[in-house]
Ligand binder design. Structure first.
Ligand code: ZN
Ligand code: ZN
Length: 137
């Protein structure tokens, strides 16, 4: 599941250089899903909440953790949102804590999916007519 979300795009060239040379790795941890409304497409589908941090390890023993970040990904439009560190930590530690619309900061805008009003087939945003039934959108 974690591999499905590729956050390599957030890393600069410097990070790429350090990895493997000084034993720094970037780790993703999947937290529980959030029902938060998507800021880009208003979808209420459960969103994956991901905690990302870098570790510095000596002989495979993690010694230092830093660069902690929390992200939230919309399965509908594939947008990625950053969550404030304090909010992310609270969300991780407290099972009653929920994310809200205002906690999401868009870092990658996805493409909202559109569906035909007549037959329900997926229609590209740029299409005026449904590719399945030909109904005007
Ligand atoms: Zn969305
Ligand atoms: Zn249709």
């Amino acid at each position: 599941m974690i591999a499905k979300f590729n956050f390599m795009m957030f890393m600069g060239d410097d990070d790429m250089f350090f990895i493997g040379v000084f034993g720094i790795t970037s780790k993703d941890k999947l937290l529980r899903d959030s029902q938060v409304e998507c800021k880009e497409c208003n979808s209420l589908l459960p969103k994956k909440v991901i905690k990302r941090y870098n570790t510095f390890h000596v002989f495979f023993i993690p010694t230092v953790r830093w660069n902690l970040n929390y992200f939230c990904a919309c399965p509908s439009c594939k947008s990625v949102f950053e969550i404030k560190k304090e909010k992310g930590q609270a969300y991780e530690e407290n099972p009653n804590e929920e994310l809200t619309y205002w906690d999401l900061k868009t870092v990658k805008k996805g493409k909202p999916l559109r569906f035909c009003k007549v037959c329900g087939a997926q229609v590209d945003k740029t299409h005026t007519f449904c590719p399945n039934c030909g109904a005007k959108q």
